[in-house]
Design a protein. Structure first.
Length: 282
């Protein structure tokens, strides 16, 4: 089951249990305890422990979990959500085992589960690293970089990009040293600057693999995305565009790196802003 849906259901259920108990059952329990205290001539009134003991176990659980579930729901649905990077398609910017925070209010506040925008905030820009629901399998989250905005014409020819007829600035910046397992070691590191992007980002290029030639015009309300590991990424070149409604949020920071296959914990990646992550070139 979808975790967000499960979280919403659990929060609503526990809140409803507390509400029904407060309106219907708790007054009856208090009235009965007050009557018993009066019959016993207890001038101290109702014992607090007796009130607690009278609460059903289900109500006790709801009181314990509802505040926690509500806080998690608000943070996860409207503020930040953690994700783990499962593949190397965004190398060298993001490595397998990076845990990232995604800003969910960057592009507007959306209702959980329904994902309908209720408060617009900002618009996606070229160069943003975004998490989105994969259009062909919406229950799966993907992470890529926005290359083309609505109305843009994107052209890919081997290792180079053109946007609206203009070549995207890119220059080679040495060879990639690889991750802890030397994955993709020796590939060319490129420094690319997209039109309108505040700063350059790094990409990986595999000279032994030709990207071919393709051209796309981005429809209104959709985006063209690519992985930074250009020759090893399943992205818009192969399955099309990302609708705006599929956007989950903007990836902003690495808060942990843990990967059993590459040596486990890497404290050096903690706290890195995704906008300024640099590759290890040689």
């Amino acid at each position: 089951m979808d975790f967000e849906l499960l979280l919403v259901v659990a929060t609503l259920a526990s809140g409803l249990i507390l509400l029904v108990d407060r309106l219907a059952f708790r007054p009856r329990r208090l009235a009965r305890l007050a009557a018993e205290a009066w019959q016993l001539g207890d001038e101290a009134g109702i014992d607090v422990k007796a009130v607690k003991d009278e609460e059903p176990l289900l109500v006790d659980y709801a009181k314990s979990f509802f505040p926690i579930l509500l806080v998690v729901l608000v943070i996860r649905s409207f503020l930040f959500e953690p994700f783990r990077i499962p593949s190397g398609s965004m190398m060298p910017t993001l490595l397998v085992g990076d845990f990232i925070l995604v800003n969910k209010f960057e592009y507007g506040l959306r209702l959980p589960v329904l994902n309908s925008k209720v408060i617009p905030v900002d618009e996606p820009e070229r160069g943003d690293v975004v998490v989105f629901r994969y259009p062909q399998q919406p229950e799966v989250d993907y992470i890529k970089r926005i290359i083309g905005l609505p109305g843009d014409t994107v052209r890919v020819e081997n290792q180079r990009l053109w946007i609206n007829g203009e070549p995207v600035a890119m220059e080679a910046d040495g060879r990639y040293a690889g991750d802890a397992n030397l994955k993709h070691a020796g590939l060319t590191v490129g420094v690319e600057r997209l039109p309108g992007d505040d700063g350059p980002h790094q990409i990986l290029m595999d000279p032994s693999r030709n990207l071919g030639v393709g051209q796309w015009t981005v429809p209104e309300g959709e985006f063209f995305v690519m992985g930074d590991n250009r020759n090893h990424s399943n992205d818009s070149r192969y399955w099309g565009f990302v609708p705006e409604s599929n956007l989950v949020g903007k990836a902003v920071m690495i808060w942990l790196h843990w990967n059993w296959h590459d040596g486990g914990f890497d404290a050096g990646r903690i706290g890195r802003s995704i906008d300024v992550v640099e590759a290890d070139a040689q």
